[in-house]
Write a protein that binds this ligand. Structure first.
Ligand code: ACO
Length: 356
């Protein structure tokens, strides 16, 4: 009998501090009109001084555990997809596991930029399919606000902070993750890069003075590549699952630019109502973007039991990832009613239990 990896819990966290386009335009030469029409972004969340990748990830993962009704002690593994970890070492996943009380879980970070959550999901799936683990927490988290050059209008307007998590659980029941595509192409290295802080260009006074620890991007080149590759990865994952695009009930794309999403929609001939979009609220949260959009799509009633959901991401590297899954959980088990947002994104059920 095949062991499947089903999503048993899900959660997200967005820092409470909102930075609007208008606020940005008070300190960098931009405008709400430019940002909205070129990207679809209206505002983004910025982590508080005492928040880190670990604290954001823990909020999201706690929600996922609460939705599943799983004790953290039952977790076997925590995988964190991030390019903005707390430290170059140790791994953020190890800190998250400890903070969660996941006393017997192992943990590691995985870096595939904005595609990190898809790579982490594929890894978690493989650990379960191999029979090695039964409960794997897969998290995408970023605190990009700490890695931006706030004087560079071509990048600082695009990104935001947040976290999303799903709990993968072994099951003999059908469903869960049905098909994947993972892609990478290192010729795109200069397309999106944090030039310094690694072994190629270690941190120095000069690198700090030159803002080389912040993201740099060749926007229009990335735009073209992302638009083509997201379409190709989406098709590859659907084929890999033995299905067609028409079989997909809901698409959850990486929220980098609304125009990219609309373009991919057109390429694949997808009706708008099948695509969940929340870029206007959060901007590009890199590895957190797909799980945050997935969680909000569930909360908004866009995903039902038995639906086929295709998640697609693209990021620095270049990397891309796509995963097709059959959603098996009862969406009403959690969480936020449409339009409702608790500060921590905590599930309503957990809140009710806490206040009982
Ligand atoms: N406000 C006002 N004007 C601006 C701004 C701004 N914030 N940023 C750039 N401009 C100007 C430019 O200077 C340029 O002016 P010029 O014509 O006088 O030289 C003009 O606007 C057009 O600039 P472009 O870069 O050509 O604008 P474009 O329409 O390509 O939009 C954008 C830029 C939004 C960055 C787009 O290219 C994009 O979304 N690229 C893809 C990003 C992406 O997918 N990233 C994914 C991965 S990220 C990761 O992995 C971490």
């Amino acid at each position: 009998m095949t062991t499947n990896a089903l999503i048993g819990g899900w959660g997200m966290y967005a820092p409470s501090r909102i930075m609007t386009n208008d606020e940005l335009s008070t300190f960098v030469d931009t405008s709400d009109e430019w940002i909205r029409t070129r990207t679809g972004i209206r505002e983004r969340r910025i982590a508080a001084d005492d928040e880190t990748a670990t604290t954001l990830a823990v909020h999201a993962a706690r929600d996922a555990l609460a939705v599943a009704g799983l004790d953290p002690g039952e977790l076997d593994l925590v995988i964190v997809g991030t390019c903005t970890p707390d430290y170059p070492l140790p791994a953020t996943a190890v800190l998250v596991a400890t903070e969660l009380g996941a006393t017997r879980a192992s943990g590691f970070d995985l870096q595939a930029a904005c595609s990190g959550f898809l790579y982490a999901l594929a890894s978690g799936h493989s650990f379960i399919r191999s029979g090695m683990y039964r409960n794997v927490m897969v998290i995408g988290v970023e605190v990009l606000s700490r890695f931006l050059d706030w004087t560079d209008r071509s990048t600082c307007v695009l990104f935001g902070d947040g976290a999303g998590a799903v709990l993968l659980q072994a099951s003999d029941a059908p469903g869960g993750l049905l098909g994947f595509d993972l892609f990478s192409d290192g010729t795109g290295c200069e397309g999106i890069i944090m030039p310094a802080g690694g072994s190629a260009r270690p941190a120095s006074h000069a690198t700090v003075d030159a803002h080389q620890h912040a993201i740099r991007m060749l926007g229009s080149e990335v735009y073209k590549y992302a638009t083509r590759q997201m379409g190709e990865s989406a098709m590859a994952a659907v084929r890999n699952a033995g299905l067609t695009v028409d079989d997909v009930d809901q698409f959850v794309f990486h929220q980098a630019n609304l125009r990219i999403i609309n373009n991919v929609q057109k390429q694949l001939n997808i009706p708008a109502e099948k695509t969940y979009v929340n870029i206007e609220k959060y901007g590009n949260t890199s590895a957190a973007s797909v799980p945050m959009a997935l969680v909000e799509a569930v909360a908004a009633g866009r995903i039902h039991q038995g639906d086929k959901v295709l998640m697609v991401a693209f990021g620095a590297g270049y990397t891309a990832g796509a995963a097709l899954m059959e959603w098996t959980a009862d969406p009403t088990r959690a969480f936020l009613a449409p339009g409702e947002q608790t500060r921590s994104g905590q599930p309503r059920r957990a809140l009710e239990e806490a206040s009982a």
